[in-house]
Design a protein around this ligand. Structure first.
Ligand code: SAM
Length: 310
């Protein structure tokens, strides 16, 4: 499929050629990576279950940090569900670019530390947002159940009587602790300080809950700004297929090396405060999150970058 819609001009030999996907830069049967501008590849792709991506915010002087105008509209034919990382400033500045999308929810990634020393006239920023956008009917989306087993004593059962003044016409409700807790919208996960492969690398620990939520097991996740390949790596760990696009050859090479070295076991890098040691229900399977002491400080396979995250 081309998705381009327009009639193709004849070539010098008088024949018409449909644009085709470039050869993958890396492929292992589960992950496919294209080294290209996303604008050139996206119109040639088939639909995917969800997009999880982290665009250039356009907030630094880094050479690649330029917002490709119109990309949220360009990817819209490919999926109905998209997690997009960004700062509040980015989402406000670019709000018109998301005009066709409906806003569903957002999560806050709380890092253990911020970027550099901070600015004396501002709060010390230690977080990023990821916004969940969707198209079509909410009920038609895949929305996975995310529940954590609670570490510690169960709470006492409660009984809320019907007819009390502050409950109005609400019926009586009995609540019993089943030992499960909803995953909260503020997730505390260590940033990649000291062992990042990319200046704005996202830890797989923040990506895994988003992927598990939006993509069914065996489904396909697309990251159109793949960077170090963190989304692709996290998707593969979770038993999802993944497609990545990365314009920089340097980072395409980082991704290929990272993925051909194999993944760490699920949970090895992550730390979700208060839930470490708990179990995460992902796609019907229970997966144990790492205890704090087990958090691996480094992948150890690559040269590391000493750059502040944004
Ligand atoms: C914010 S970084 C992604 C970092 C990634 N989430 C990670 O964890 O490593 C954005 C990436 O998009 C790439 N990029 C910028 N413009 C692009 C374009 N037009 N098409 C594809 N990739 C692009 C940059 O080279 C950069 O690596």
């Amino acid at each position: 499929m081309t998705g381009l819609g327009a009639e193709l001009p004849p070539m010098a030999d008088g024949l018409c050629y449909e644009p085709t996907l470039p050869l993958p830069y890396y492929s292992d049967g589960t992950v496919t990576l294209y080294h290209s501008r996303m604008q050139d590849v996206v119109p040639l792709l088939d639909r995917v279950d969800c997009i999880v991506t982290d665009p250039p915010y356009g907030e630094t002087s880094l050479a690649w940090d330029r917002w490709p105008s119109g990309w949220p509209a360009l990817v819209a034919p490919l999926t109905s569900s998209m997690w997009c990382f960004g700062s509040m400033r980015m989402f406000l500045d670019r709000r018109d670019e998301f005009a066709g999308w409906k806003f569903a929810q957002d999560i806050v990634w709380e890092k253990h530390n911020g970027a550099g020393p901070g600015q004396p006239d501002r709060f010390y920023r230690v977080h990023e947002h990821a916004a969940h956008w969707y198209l079509g009917a909410w009920g038609s989306l895949h929305t996975g159940q995310l529940r954590l087993t609670h570490v510690g004593p169960l709470r006492a059962s409660t009984h809320n009587r019907a007819g009390t003044p502050h409950r109005g016409s609400m019926p009586a409700v009995d609540w019993h602790d089943d030992g499960l807790r909803a995953v909260r919208s503020v997730l505390r996960v260590h940033a990649m300080h000291g062992h990042a492969l990319h200046p704005t690398e996202k830890p797989t620990g923040i990506l895994e809950p988003l992927i598990a939520y939006a993509c069914p097991p065996g489904g396909t996740v697309l990251d159109v700004f793949a960077g170090s390949g963190s989304t692709l790596d996290a998707a593969r760990r979770l038993g999802r297929k993944a497609i990545g696009i990365e314009a920089s050859e340097e980072y395409a090479e980082v991704i290929a090396t990272r993925l051909s070295q194999g993944s760490l076991q699920f949970g090895e890098e992550q730390e979700i405060e208060k839930t470490a040691g708990a179990e995460l229900l992902v796609g019907g399977r229970v997966t144990r999150l790492a205890d704090r002491d087990e958090v691996a400080p480094s992948v150890g396979l690559f040269p590391t970058l000493e750059v502040p995250d944004r």
